[in-house]
Write a protein that binds this ligand. Structure first.
Ligand code: PMP
Length: 426
């Protein structure tokens, strides 16, 4: 028995499923999850002392690699002054000013403690601002686990085959309309049906919770135009894409301005931080200036702000995101070449620092339907072969992969060599 197996057995006695977030349990791939003891740069180390090249990166936040010395120093310096005050601090202003400077559409921003809180609050704000109840989301897009949003969701909900969770009243779910990602005609049709009832469209501008699916040409432009036509709020959920696809997020990468943006993951530098922001006139609808209520005891926590602010400052290094995208590209091209050589049908997608690969005969994957029709059994075998090789991929066929600035050319070459050996065994 490995130490991870032992810990997993013990964990299951006191934690539901042994984990504090479902995908971590390896439900998507089977087997025992690795219990992690430490992480440094591009590597994680498990309880059995094995080292892995890590492409999970805590599910996105570790874009600068694990345990970055400057982020660590910022946290340690902040800790000297106390852990939480529940009162305003100058660091929160610096953080807000930084976010405004980096994310093109954000004029005002409010901090929260998770991506789920960010999307939940943005939806409430869009509903309060428009006086409308319905929201439109896309099948396979995951926006956290708030009631209205856990309808036809991706990520763990998709991995586990429960896109609609028990415990969500049908009366809530009925206000959530869902259409196909990358299908503008469906969006137009549903707006034609409910022209004055849809408060907002919420979308992952690059879908990362049904593997990695970038928007097809004109899709995001089309959403912008539909929202303008029907006075609906366009929300980009950039919890995953923010500061990752580009410094200014997917909205900078594709040059489309949403009305509201949700942020998470990278913005906390590894600490629990989320945020939502956007147009001044909408954001001023939030309490205490506006009528829409939203609050948080630990929102803007000084330690979390110190970590996040330092991460954003470091991400401003010129050329950083181009280098990150080059790593995604090298990884995808390497996987593709290795699969081709082994006669394995594979295709890949990437945008900035996120990527995905699909076991499919299709030339390109652009839809949820295609993503779910891929060879999942093959993915599971590949995942475990790679784990044996010391490469830690996301433990689900429905998650994007992440590179960090600390992944070296040698790490990527080693990963591709491992994939070549794994493909040969499939
Ligand atoms: N939105 C997106 C696009 C996400 O990927 C996630 C988490 N993977 C969330 C929202 C929820 O964030 P959190 O897990 O921090 O609540």
């Amino acid at each position: 028995m490995t130490i991870s197996q032992d810990l997993f057995a013990r964990a299951q006695n006191s934690i539901p499923g042994g984990v504090n977030s479902p995908v971590r349990a390896f439900n998507g791939v089977g087997g025992t999850p690795l219990f992690i003891t430490k992480a440094q740069d591009a590597y994680t180390f498990d309880a059995d002392g094995k080292k892995y090249i890590d492409y999970v990166g805590s599910w996105g936040p570790m874009i600068l690699g694990h345990n970055h010395p400057e982020i660590k120093a910022a946290v340690l310096a902040a800790v000297e002054n106390g852990l939480s005050y529940g009162a305003p601090t100058e660091t929160e202003i610096l953080m807000a000013e930084k976010v405004k400077a980096l994310v093109p559409s954000i004029e005002k921003v409010r901090m929260v403690s998770s991506g789920t809180e960010a999307t939940m609050s943005a939806i409430r704000l869009a509903r309060g601002f428009t006086g409308r109840d319905k929201i439109l989301k896309f099948e396979g897009c995951y926006h956290g686990h708030a009631d209205s949003l856990l309808v036809k969701a991706g990520s763990g909900a998709l991995t586990m085959g429960v896109p609609n969770s028990p415990g969500i009243p049908a009366d809530f779910a009925k206000h959530t309309l869902t259409v196909s990602f990358n299908d503008l005609d469906e969006v137009k049709a549903i707006f034609a049906k409910y022209p004055e009832e849809i408060a907002c469209i919420i979308v992952e501008p690059v879908a990362g919770n049904m593997n990695c699916i970038p928007p097809v040409a004109c899709f995001l432009e089309g959403l912008r135009a539909v929202c303008d036509e029907y006075n609906s709020v366009l929300i980009f959920d950039e919890v995953m894409t923010g500061f990752r696809v580009a410094l200014g997020g997917a909205q900078a990468y594709y040059d489309i301005k949403p009305d509201l943006t949700c942020l998470g993951k990278v913005i906390g530098g590894g600490m629990p931080v989320g945020a939502f922001g956007g147009k001044r006139e909408i954001m001023d609808f939030i309490a205490p200036v506006g009528p829409v209520y939203q609050a948080g005891t630990l929102s803007g926590n000084p330690i979390a702000m110190a970590a996040g602010l330092k991460a954003l400052e470091l991400l401003e290094a010129p050329g950083l995101h181009q280098a990150l995208e080059a790593k995604s590209k090298a990884l995808c091209e390497g996987f593709q070449a290795a699969a081709d050589k082994a006669g394995i049908a594979l295709t890949t997608n990437y945008a900035g620092g996120m990527y995905g690969f699909f076991f499919t005969e299709a030339d390109v994957v652009t839809s949820y339907k295609q993503a779910t029709e891929c060879d999942i059994a093959r993915f599971k075998r590949f995942f475990h072969l790679m784990l044996e090789e010391g490469v830690y991929l996301a433990p689900s066929a429905f998650e994007a992969g992440f590179v960090s600035t600390m992944h070296t050319d040698a790490d990527i070459a080693e990963t591709i060599a491992a994939a070549e050996r794994a493909f040969a065994k499939l």
